[in-house]
Design a protein around this ligand. Structure first.
Ligand SMILES: Cc1cc2nc3c(=O)[nH]c(=O)nc-3n(C[C@H](O)[C@H](O)[C@H](O)COP(=O)(O)OP(=O)(O)OC[C@H]3O[C@@H](n4cnc5c(N)ncnc54)[C@H](O)[C@@H]3O)c2cc1C
Length: 537
């Protein structure tokens, strides 16, 4: 039998909060210092070997659709492995689905962002119903009468997995259905129709091409009425306790996110209640969309962190050519470059999360302009980070047991759903044009305390934003990318150690980046950046 040598120990148990300097600093800086104790406890729970195993099991034993019972009666249920339920219980116990609404206070959205940032590193599928439930609250509030019945159950920290009418349950989760077969970005093409019944409720007829987490207790749905596209809440059970006419046709066979069920559904006269003004469905549901887009930025930053943590941990223990990998200069460069991308993404994400805690003009511009911008760029970078981090582990990184393939498969999803890349960038152009004082607010935020490289970069960006490019759809990606890079640089200059900010300006603002990680220029303190990213446990 061969002897096992030169293999790193597993990165577990470890405290996902205490071992992450960038996350801890963001929580303190963005007003959530009061949440440290709870986040620390959650970090310990998530980093236990048994919790890590739940993540593996939930993805190995994927959800199963049960359309009919043995006698042929409709079931339309999805069965999950116990690991899924245990992970859901951890997430809900921590309040990650609703704590800022249930207990509003300064830093509440930031604290919740930190919790979901950690959860998503261990398992991403459960994040989907957690994010949708979180996002549903501001939309539900458009119908106070309906919301009154649902919000107490949404605020509950129980995980009530029973498939039962909500009145018999201790807690509720909310999903959403917008995307139809013929169009997901252009929602005006929705064909699902809603017929008023005369008693104030509606019956929905039609289909949704994607409806994730179909075991949620209710869904926010777009459907057409005589007055146009409108928003509805469609529960799994009707008020008389019978199963609503929601037919789950099949589950999607997805690239990643495999622990989570995403379904195609048909509505055969499904009971629903109107949310908000009839004919104003898109503005009503978009409030949910803004929060779930924030969650895409949180989720993707956190996937970067999961990948970088595994990579630096591995490199710290693995020896090649008589040196630890982390000490081989070219590998130090790769690790530092990856860590830099992750820190920039995380810093921007938490700054954005703070905008959801505040209500002034700066917060309004951040939410409106920078939510789609951050979602675009952070989600776009994540597949590249997970890919390069996988390579740090060599062949072992390509093997399922290492978790890296799961992170890699998961990485593209946040870029596609809730508005794909182009849609986000076009939204940024629209938001820049329509948000009062966006220019002044951004100018103040991009002030880099005299850092000359940022100054030059911002001056060029301002010129483009002031010219015809601002309305040129074909340039929307380039403008959005550069807006995000400028803001990331400004934030790092203000808040990160000087060697991090210097490396970012040297590599991301110069226009010389080759696209591959590991190309930080000479003079950058790669060792300090890589060391900062080590998950110390
Ligand atoms: C895992 C997963 C889970 C999902 N869960 C849900 C869910 O729970 N509920 C739900 O409603 N949806 C869900 N979706 C659907 C998702 O939100 C849509 O797939 C997405 O919004 C894109 O819509 P589409 O697929 O119809 O693509 P299209 O609208 O056909 O877009 C295709 C491409 O064209 C681009 N594009 C669109 N308009 C323009 C334009 N004007 N100019 C340039 N380019 C443009 C888009 O950016 C995209 O890249 C899920 C998707 C996935 C992958």
């Amino acid at each position: 039998m061969f002897e096992v040598v030169n293999q790193p120990p597993p990165l577990e148990p470890y405290n996902l909060f205490a071992s992450d300097s960038v996350l801890r600093e963001a929580v303190l800086r963005e007003n959530a210092e009061w949440a440290e104790g709870g986040l620390n406890a959650l970090g310990v729970t998530l980093g236990k070997p048994e919790t890590v195993k739940l993540g593996f099991d939930a993805n190995k034993f994927t959800p199963q659709l049960k359309t009919l019972d043995r006698y042929g009666h409709r079931l339309d249920e999805v069965e999950f492995h116990p690991a899924w339920h245990e992970l859901m219980a951890i997430a809900l116990r921590a309040g990650l689905h609703s704590s800022p609404w249930a207990h509003p206070q300064a830093g509440a959205h930031v604290a919740r962002a930190a919790g979901t940032y950690m959860l998503n590193q261990i398992e991403s599928g459960v994040y989907c119903p957690v994010a949708m439930t979180y996002g549903s609250v501001p939309t539900l509030r458009h119908a106070p009468g309906v919301a009154a019945g649902w919000l107490p159950k949404i605020y509950s920290r129980d995980y009530d997995r029973r498939f039962a009418p909500v009145k018999d349950k201790t807690a509720a989760l909310i999903g959403m259905g917008m995307t139809e077969n013929q169009g997901g970005s252009d929602l005006r093409t929705n064909t699902t129709r809603a017929e008023a019944t005369g008693d104030g409720s509606f019956r929905l007829f039609g289909h949704k091409w994607f409806m994730s987490a179909p075991m949620c207790d209710a869904f926010l749905i777009l459907a057409q009425t005589e007055k146009g596209l409108s928003c509805f809440l469609m529960p799994r059970f009707t008020p008389d306790g019978t199963r609503n006419a929601i037919r789950i046709v099949r589950l999607k066979d997805k690239l990643g996110n495999r622990s989570n069920a995403s379904s195609e559904v048909e509505f055969e006269g499904a009971y629903a209640q109107l949310i908000g003004e009839e004919g104003r469905g898109i503005p009503t549901i978009i409030e949910m969309g803004n929060h779930t887009r924030l969650d895409c930025a949180i989720g993707s930053s956190s996937l970067m962190r999961a990948a970088v943590a595994q990579a630096v941990h591995h490199a710290r223990h693995r020896t090649v050519f008589q040196k630890k990998l982390i000490d081989q200069p070219l590998m130090t460069n790769v690790l530092a470059d990856l860590a830099l991308e992750c820190e920039a993404a995380t810093t921007l994400t938490f700054r954005l999360a703070r905008a959801y805690d505040e209500d002034d003009e700066v917060a309004t511009v951040f939410r409106r302009v920078l939510t789609p911008a951050a979602k675009f760029w952070i989600c776009k970078r994540t597949p590249f980070v997970t890919l390069e981090a996988m390579e740090v582990l060599g062949g072992s990184g390509y093997i399922e047991e290492s978790v890296m393939p799961r992170l890699y498969r998961e990485a593209p999803v946040n870029s596609i759903w809730e508005g794909s890349g182009n849609v986000m960038c076009l939204d940024v152009l629209r938001a820049l044009g329509r948000t009062a004082h966006a220019g002044d607010v951004l100018r103040a935020e991009l002030d880099g305390a005299g850092e000359p490289r940022l100054k030059t970069f911002v001056a060029a960006l301002e010129k483009r934003l002031g010219g015809p490019e601002r309305n040129d759809e074909a340039q929307a990606r380039a403008l959005t990318r550069d807006l995000v890079l400028a803001l990331q640089a400004a934030l790092l200059i203000k808040h990160a150690p000087p060697y991090v900010a210097d490396a970012f300006c040297a590599s991301r603002l110069s226009g010389e980046n080759s696209g591959a990680f590991g190309t930080l220029p000479r003079g950058v303190d790669t060792r300090a950046i890589a060391t900062r990213a080590l998950p110390m446990h």
